[in-house]
Write a protein that binds this ligand. Structure first.
Ligand code: HEM
Length: 379
């Protein structure tokens, strides 16, 4: 857990973890250094093969420049703050829609009833896929996340193959459809895009689409779940936010800082390089640890305090540099909408049980298995 890594961070900015044969980069300063030097600290670390059972093209997240640069530009145009702002009303409507299903019961599991649904419905809508297919995406997304875990084994990989091929077949049919009948959606844009004089091939469209579904789901779901969790654990902060929703933007940043949806992210070293007295060689693997960088005393005052008014808040939960989260604006909007709608409509919100919370979802993601709450239904 976090206390273990914080203890390591107190001892030094870099730590070699023999059990994983990996370096951990723990301080804010060094994480930024690693992320601003993508040629030395490369993303070609194996995760580019996450979708290998479903498509031969590596995903954006596993590419270095220049391949990364041209694909990123294409996808980024659909996720600019301006484009995302236009989706605000729709995001709120979807948040109301998922809450409608549980509001009368006066109780819900935030994970299953809200956070697992909303991000998938939003991204499906953007891509132009039927929103009600979120259940399929949820299943596929779990398999992708499991396949992406650093601890995945050969046998486990075999379990993922079936569902990933199913996802491939599903998306191929949609892609073929957009080739002949373009629509006003992101999938059509990918299919017909002209990138430096060439079309993306089907495999590239597939891997981009699969990345958006998987990157957009688990992380944001964790952000929403952990958000409600930490607000409930800090009643004064919850009260403050209830009274003044203008604090939603800083509250969301603080949730992301305090408990990042992705604790640590891998890189691989491409040349001999010195990091604070450790000599790293080509092929060495490292993890940058957002969770400890976000608690770095040199950057954040009272870093262990959960303060929804914290500003500025230069946390590294969305990464930094050329791979900075493409969906950050969208994720922020989804988290704000979910929290806003839940606070509006769920009065006297509280945990429904006192059992310790269990980790859920993929091992490398910081998710909750359940977060059961009860409340008095409001409007
Ligand atoms: C990249 C976190 C939501 C799409 C990243 C990275 C992080 C991250 C840390 C950088 C990984 C690295 O350095 O290797 C998060 C968190 C989210 C979130 C915490 C929610 C709170 C989303 C959403 C989308 C998305 C909603 C979908 C639209 C992507 C993509 C990349 C990425 C496509 C790869 C960008 C690139 O390689 O250039 N995200 N993400 N993310 N994220 Fe997110």
């Amino acid at each position: 857990g976090l206390p273990y890594y914080q203890e390591l961070a107190r001892k030094g900015e870099v730590h070699f973890e023999p059990s994983r044969e990996m370096y951990l980069v723990l301080s804010h300063r060094l994480v930024r250094r690693v992320l601003t030097d993508p040629h030395t600290f490369s993303c070609r670390n194996g995760i580019e093969n996450v979708f290998k059972d479903a498509t031969s093209a590596p995903a954006l997240l596993g590419l270095d420049p220049p391949d990364h640069t041209r694909l990123r530009a294409l996808a980024a145009s659909a996720f600019t703050p301006q484009t995302v702002a236009r989706l605000k009303r729709c995001t709120y409507e979807l948040a109301h829609r998922v809450l409608n299903e549980v509001i009368e019961a006066g109780a819900m599991d935030v994970v299953a009833d809200i956070s697992d649904k909303l991000p998938l419905m939003v991204i499906a809508g953007i891509l132009g896929l039927p929103r009600d297919d979120w259940k399929h995406f949820l299943r596929w997304s779990h398999y992708i996340a499991a396949a992406a875990a650093p601890t995945v084994t050969r046998e486990k990989e075999a379990d993922h193959r079936g569902p990933l091929l199913e996802m491939r077949r599903y998306l191929l049919a949609e892609i073929e459809d957009r080739r002949t009948r373009p629509m006003e959606d992101l999938l059509s844009r990918f299919v017909h895009a002209d990138v430096e004089g060439a079309r993306l091939d089907t495999e590239e469209v597939l891997s981009l689409t699969m990345l958006l579904v998987s990157a957009g789901h688990g992380t944001t779901a964790n952000g929403i779940g952990q958000g409600i969790r930490w607000l409930l654990a800090h009643p004064d902060q919850l009260d403050k936010l209830r009274r003044d929703r203008r604090l939603l933007p800083t509250a969301v940043e603080e949730i992301l800082r305090y408990d990042p949806p992705m604790y640590m992210v891998p890189r691989v070293v491409t040349r001999t390089v010195d990091l604070e007295g450790h000599t790293l060689e080509e092929g060495d693997r490292l993890l940058y640890v957002a969770a400890t960088a976000n608690r770095d005393e040199n950057v954040f005052s009272y870093p262990d305090q959960f303060d929804i008014t914290r500003d500025p808040n230069p946390h590294l939960s969305f990464g930094y540099g050329i791979h900075f989260c493409l969906g950050a604006a969208l994720a922020r909007q989804e988290m704000r909408a979910a929290l806003d709608v839940i606070l509006d409509r769920c009065l006297h919100l509280e945990r429904a049980d006192t059992a310790p919370l269990e980790h859920g979802g993929a091992v490398h993601l910081n998710g909750l298995k359940h977060l059961r709450v009860r409340f008095q239904p409001g409007a």
